[in-house]
Ligand binder design. Structure first.
Ligand SMILES: [Zn+2]
Ligand SMILES: [Zn+2]
Length: 321
């Protein structure tokens, strides 16, 4: 069921319902908005499902276009909500974040990345909308509670730390969430930008290999959360890996050519985006910086570049320069 995301170019989230003797289980729930709620209820009704009969919602990741309506479905039906434990921990953390702390976190992160003062001053003041806390936490390999079916949680970190793909093994289908989409690549960022204890892009690339191998010698049909259903998870996963490998080697080349080691902000400005850097609105520049930071960190983790010690904001240099 396409559930609209009002005002967002992505258009809609695809919500799926899996029948079971205990009542249908939803994969994702859609954006928290009255129009989305009406579309979800209407979509379920067209399948002969009253929202009150839903037995569970398994959320691929905590983003509001996926987890948004999960709380409302739970209120209407008493359904459980399940999420990977790493995203559940993030939801808990976000719930405890005061508005003021959110602003300081953003501003400090931008400053440490080398963003200009006006950009730091314009840091988002509003805490983003926080989804409902799940009742159940999933780990890699867990079976989701869908009686009569084999639905396995596959931990695919990268887009978020706790992103899940869900393998309907009895039907050679994979609910790919935002991990593998047919036409676009998901955002993979690092927050705060200067973290050196995680490698989301490295995790994402490993997660792509993982889902590519899942089907064995059988084709695995992708049921993604956006765009359209497509027939071959492995082929698309290989394309997305290739896209990031090219981006990584281009970035390594840019760094090797620089006389002065760039900041994260300067790196983002050098990279290619779907609009010129100056034309990106501040929020998208912030996301681009997150993406640049993830690529820098992946190159660092592979031993191709290093961060210059003792400078603030942090700067990166090619290892042989
Ligand atoms: Zn997402
Ligand atoms: Zn999404």
């Amino acid at each position: 069921m396409p559930v609209p995301i009002p005002g967002n170019p992505l258009g809609y989230t695809l919500v799926y319902a899996i029948d079971s003797p205990k009542g249908p289980v939803l994969v994702d729930a859609g954006w928290n908005h009255p129009d989305a709620w009406a579309a979800l209820r209407g979509g379920l009704l067209s399948l002969g499902i009253e929202v009150g009969s839903v037995s569970g919602v398994v959320v691929t990741h905590f983003h509001p276009d996926h987890a948004g309506l999960a709380g409302q479905v739970r209120e209407a039906s008493g359904a459980w909500i399940a999420m990977h434990e790493a995203d559940a921990a993030l939801v808990k953390l976000m719930r405890g974040f005061a508005e003021e702390e959110h602003h300081d976190f953003q501003a400090d992160m931008l400053r440490r990345a080398g963003a200009p003062a006006e950009e730091v001053g314009a840091a988002a003041g509003q805490r983003p909308w926080v989804p409902a806390q799940p009742d159940r936490e999933l780990r890699d390999g867990d079976l989701v509670d869908v009686p009569g079916r084999t639905l396995r949680a596959i931990h695919t970190p990268g887009h978020t730390p706790g992103h899940l793909c869900l393998h309907l093994a009895d039907a050679d289908r994979l609910f790919t969430g935002d991990h593998v989409l047919p036409g676009i690549t998901p955002h993979v960022g690092i927050y705060p930008y200067d973290r050196d204890d995680v490698d989301p892009l490295g995790d994402f690339l490993t997660s792509l290999e993982r889902v590519a191998d899942l089907g064995g010698d059988r084709l695995l049909t992708a049921l993604p959360a956006h765009e359209w259903i497509f027939p071959d998870v492995a082929a698309r996963a290989a394309e997305i890996r290739h896209h990031h490998e090219e981006k990584l080697s281009t970035l390594a080349g840019l760094l090797a050519d620089r006389a002065e080691p760039p900041t994260i902000w300067e790196t983002a400005a050098m990279m290619t985006w779907n609009k010129p850097w100056e034309d990106l609105p501040p929020m998208l520049r912030g996301m681009a910086a997150g993406e640049a930071a993830a690529h820098l960190r992946a190159l660092e983790a592979r031993g191709h570049i290093r961060r210059v010690q003792g400078v603030d904001p942090v700067r990166f240099q090619a290892l042989d320069s």
